[in-house]
Design a binder for this molecule. Structure first.
Ligand code: SF4
Length: 428
């Protein structure tokens, strides 16, 4: 599913260092993060988000299946025509889950992909049974599955509910028919609304809707119409991302050939702030650069990433960050399954992070949260002051009105929200 945000690429000062590349990858892609345990624990407590006093950890599962490939998406996935089915994947996923540390007891679980709901009810049940058999789920406070509205059935949703899924993130992207066609989505607006209502009828009371803005051909009025329609549905959470043009996707090729014309950055920024104002008026809290929630229903799994929590990822292309090591599974189902069947690791390179690397990454990730972070908590958790890490940049960005320090909290200014990646790049 689509959960990325890159904004104002012309302000993106590229620094060609490994850590810069990795963190800019992280800030645009949710299944990835870093770890500063005490820091993280303190903030979860102070925000009152989670009831547990334990260090928060997450489990991510990547299901490498989609009914069809959207034209803008570069996530690793196969269509049914490209596979012999998901039986071998499910078998190997259980092997991988079995190998996770015995004391791993995540607080959040996030099943993404790909399209988890492209699995049949029976396949989905098998996946949940494996998770339940192999993972200690006693700490889980949030268990999310992504869903494509074109793949939902009451039977599948019943399997998800019975198996412990308590939050669904549904990829609507737009209610505009032309936009959906341009993106290559398998569903229309009516199917998206029917899918949302099916989720409610199945009893899900914590639902996210993903929307994309800056889709070529959509006017500012169309963008606001999407925001209005989603607010009328009233999900607990809304993710609102800018369309980005990933290398090698059909949409990028069409743009490069002049067949689609993206809106200019000023229009994108105007849309972003118009939607932000509209959703805030509708009762949503803008808690992260691209995310809105109401009723305290922030996405705990993503907050875990943004605040420097640890996680383990399973499935082809899934990333992990665990005990100062970062590694990513091979993005190839055949290689992934072969390795697991041969008792080999499903990943190659393991990157080790120094304390300073982690502190710097935590600083940048945490700035995605609109209320930023407390400077003393940062020092207590990482062992570094924010100014030790990047004092000159912080001071100059405060002067440029990109960062602000209010009551000892460092955060992005309103003006910097849409160009956050430019700020992050400067801090790395
Ligand atoms: S449904 Fe579309 S956007 Fe989501 S993972 Fe599949 S191809 Fe990508």
């Amino acid at each position: 599913m689509y959960r990325r945000h890159i904004c104002c690429t012309s302000l993106f000062h590229h620094k060609d260092t490994k850590i810069t590349k990795v963190v800019l990858f992280i800030v645009t892609l949710s299944p990835s993060c870093l770890c500063v345990e005490l820091f993280f624990k303190m903030n979860w407590r102070s925000r009152g988000i989670a009831p547990s006093s334990a260090v928060m950890t997450g489990l991510y599962i990547h299901v490498p299946l989609c009914v069809a490939k959207c034209r803008y998406c570069d996530f690793y996935k196969l269509t049914p025509r490209e596979t012999d089915g998901m039986a071998l994947f499910l078998q190997c996923l259980e092997i991988e889950l079995r190998r996770l540390p015995k004391d791993f007891a995540p607080d959040t679980v996030f099943i993404g992909g790909g399209t988890p709901t492209a699995l049949s009810p029976d396949e989905y049940r098998k996946m949940l049974d494996s998770i339940d058999r192999r993972i200690n789920l006693s700490n889980v406070v949030e268990f999310t599955s992504e869903a494509n509205p074109g793949t939902l059935t009451p039977e599948k949703l019943a399997v998800m509910r019975e198996g412990g899924v308590n939050r669904v993130s549904i990829g609507v992207q737009s209610f505009n028919q032309q936009a959906l066609q341009l993106l290559g989505r398998i569903h229309d607006a009516q199917t998206a609304m029917d899918g949302y209502r099916m989720l409610r009828a199945a009893g899900f009371d914590n639902v996210n809707i993903d929307l994309i803005q800056s889709i070529p051909g959509m006017s500012p009025e169309d963008v606001l119409a999407d925001a209005r329609q989603v607010a009328e549905l009233g999900p607990e959470h809304i993710s609102f991302y800018n369309l980005i043009y990933e290398s090698g996707t059909p949409l990028t090729k069409a743009r490069d050939e002049g067949k689609v014309i993206p809106p200019d950055e000023d229009e994108e920024a105007d849309n972003y702030f118009a939607v932000k104002a509209f959703l805030e008026n509708a009762g949503y809290s803008h808690y992260e650069t691209s995310n809105f929630s109401k009723g305290g229903k922030e996405c705990l799994h993503n907050v875990l990433y943004w605040q420097g929590g640890e996680y383990l990822g399973c499935g082809p292309s899934a990333h992990s960050h665990w005990h100062s090591k970062r590694f990513g599974n091979i993005p190839d189902l055949e290689v992934y399954t072969n390795r697991l069947l041969k008792d080999a690791k499903p990943f190659d390179e393991v990157e080790f992070l120094t304390k300073e690397d982690k502190a710097r990454e935590t600083l940048v990730m945490w700035l995605r949260m609109t209320n930023g972070f407390d400077l003393d908590e940062f020092k207590g958790g990482t062992g570094f002051t924010a100014h030790e890490l990047c004092g000159d940049s912080i001071e100059s960005m405060i002067e440029e009105n990109l960062l602000q320090c209010v009551e000892n909290r460092l955060s992005l200014t309103h003006d910097a929200l849409f160009i956050s990646n430019a700020v992050f790049s400067e801090l790395l």
